[in-house]
Write a protein that binds this ligand. Structure first.
Ligand code: ADP
Length: 379
């Protein structure tokens, strides 16, 4: 793949607001038909990257290329936003209140004659299933309908690149799932290269072909949602996607011993203190009759069950390495469970454990282990 295959490419882009370095040497690319998510906590610089790509923020350092052509360089010139062939959708949809739906969509189509313009408006409104509302004004539409009009307006001029900034965050939770699904289909059908900003990991995993995860202005990991979820490069990345159980241990002969037996700890030095991160869905409840009693099984006491609809969140208490009681959280999909207070067997597949160098002092660990709350972080 060559650079000209990239619909959008950012090379080592940095951006400061006064003394605050909001974006620090971010490089990324998007190809036609791909949906890329820029993900990260609030304030990590995602919107700034998007605004620099759109040309709404002047480029300070680095390079922005579109279709292999340089559109902005930190040391020099820049093509203005309206000539970049980019569609934009923002969180508040920013529809023109005094224009009808058709009028809003017509906004970027002034280069077409009246007939072609009307045809394109009809086509794009049908794509987003809003033909029936062509004459309506934005205030008469629901949030979901406004979002679809904003998308239609952005797609109408057939931009090579679509930039979306938290496009679903103004919608309520139930509507959001449906609109995300619809939007993904529309984007995939349009073949546009899409760069979308979100702080919601579930949304990014649902929408993205690839994710760039940012922390404090830098991209800390990029790859497929599956890759970031299963092979996080740091505790920050691991914690960003779900709450995690945190166990501790010391590396001996390439392994670390914990409640679930000896787990391989490749790449960690002999004697190193490590933390073992385990996702609640990675712990399996071993049912009576299961013959899967492996070395990686341990018993605890079922303390609490919370119903989450399709699964349950269990709290299980067990003896920790230093004798103090510790608690783990398990996401359990099955129906059978012992009574509260009963014994429960848990199993961990070693490959589902994420092992990183420990970040806490021993004193901190003792405090955590004796705490009454689950040994869990990130909730
Ligand atoms: P995100 O989209 O990840 O929430 P932003 O790119 O909006 O992050 O902001 C990154 C950092 O830059 C934040 O600390 C924010 O307060 C700051 N920032 C954003 N825009 C401006 C601005 N126009 N002037 C000064 N600081 C800004």
């Amino acid at each position: 793949m060559t650079a000209s295959d990239f619909s959008l490419e950012l090379q080592e882009v940095s951006h400061a607001y006064g003394d605050l370095l909001a974006v620090d040497q971010v490089s990324l690319h998007v190809i036609a038909g791909e949906v890329i998510c820029l993900l990260g906590p609030s304030g990590c610089g995602k919107s700034t990257v998007l605004r620099v790509a759109a040309g709404l923020e002047p480029l300070q350092r680095g390079r922005v290329l579109m279709g292999g052509n340089l559109v902005a360089e930190g040391s020099g010139g820049s093509i203005p936003p309206e000539r970049r062939g980019v569609g934009l959708v923002f969180q508040d949809f920013a529809l023109f209140p005094h224009l009808t739906v058709a009028g809003n969509v017509a906004f970027g189509l002034t280069h077409l004659d009246a007939g072609a313009r009307a045809a394109r408006i009809a086509e794009v409104l049908s794509q987003v299933d809003m033909e029936a509302y062509a004459g309506a004004y934005p205030h008469a539409l629901s949030g979901g309908q406004q979002q679809r009009v904003a998308l239609a307006r952005a797609l109408a001029p057939k931009p090579a690149i679509l930039l979306l900034d938290e496009p679903f965050s103004g919608l309520d939770a139930r509507l959001r799932e449906q609109i995300r699904d619809d939007t993904l289909h529309i984007l995939k059908r349009s073949g546009t290269a899409t760069l979308m900003v979100t702080h919601d990991p579930e949304e990014a995993m649902f929408m993205a072909d690839r994710i760039y995860l940012m922390e404090a202005g830098r991209v800390v990991q990029s790859g497929s949602p599956d890759m970031l979820y299963r092979r996080p490069v740091s505790p920050f990345v691991a914690h960003f996607f779900t709450a995690l159980n945190v166990l501790h241990g010391i590396v001996e002969a390439g392994h670390v011993a914990c409640a679930f037996g000896r787990l391989p700890a490749p790449g960690h030095a002999e004697g190193a203190a490590v933390e073992i991160l385990v996702r609640p869905e990675s712990l399996r409840v071993v049912l009576p009759g299961d013959r899967a009693l492996s070395d990686h099984t341990t018993a605890g006491r079922l303390e609490e069950i919370r119903f989450l609809g399709s699964s349950k969140l269990l709290t299980v208490a067990m003896a920790g390495p230093d004798g103090a009681e510790m608690r783990l959280r398990i996401r359990h999909g099955g129906r059978y469970l012992p009574e509260i207070g009963g014994q429960i067997l848990l199993q961990l597949e070693p490959e589902d454990s994420l092992i990183f160098a420990a970040r806490k002092t021993l004193a901190g660990r003792h405090r955590e282990a004796s705490d009454k709350s689950p040994v869990l972080s990130g909730i």
